[in-house]
Design a protein around this ligand. Sequence first.
Ligand SMILES: [Cu+2]
Length: 261
Amino acid sequence: MRALVATLFALFAALAVWSFAVAPAHGWAMPENVATLGTSVDELFGKIQWIVGAFFVLTVGGLAWIVWRSAQGGGGARSALASHTKLEVLWTVVPGAILVWLALVQIAPWEAMKFSSSIPRSADGKPKPPLCEVWASQFDWRALYPGADGRCGTGDDLHSPYELVVPVNEPVVLALHSRDVIHSFFVPSFRLKQDILPGRETLVWFECTKPGTYDLLCAELCGWGHYKMAGSVRALPRAEYEQFLERKTRELSSNGMEDTK
Ligand SMILES: [Cu+2]
């Protein structure tokens, strides 16, 4: 029976490692990264995955070996480990050191992504103003582009429900807002996730490197309809982005209502 348990443990570890190894080829892993900052996030993720994977194999492999030995009638391994101070120090210090190392190597990507001082700057040296406001509410997304007056919250705002449209290959700053509870702006293809707190403007930035349409999700459990709080981000070349704004402006002036398509 113990031999069977040991074999199952070893098989479980092998299956887990295999699933991680083949995940990218089968589309089980994260979607393709299409943002400049996503590269550093993927590198960090890869490092953590290797470390966790190695310790997983080591732990489950060791467990399987101990159970196997025990099944063969040898209890030596168990008693040898029972009060092995050096070993205990080792498996405390090594993970501790790895955690400190991870805390250090994540500082640079975090700073580039989250620090207000890292918001891209315009030609005049000032922080780039937000392209638009993104309003989250139970349970939808709405992008609000400034009209001719250059400000949001006025009558000529251009509304884009469920779809955020941005220019590709240039830094985009967004002003995130919530109308009700805490939501989280999550674009997996950009490796970008940011909580949005009601009553507070949160700036976030990214640069998309590939035209296309990407999922926009809420990553904070915000109520019964959280599961359906999905939208999209459409990244367009600058000329097509301008055309989108022109079309929105025409629609607003022709019928006095925003396009809800
Ligand atoms: Cu939600």
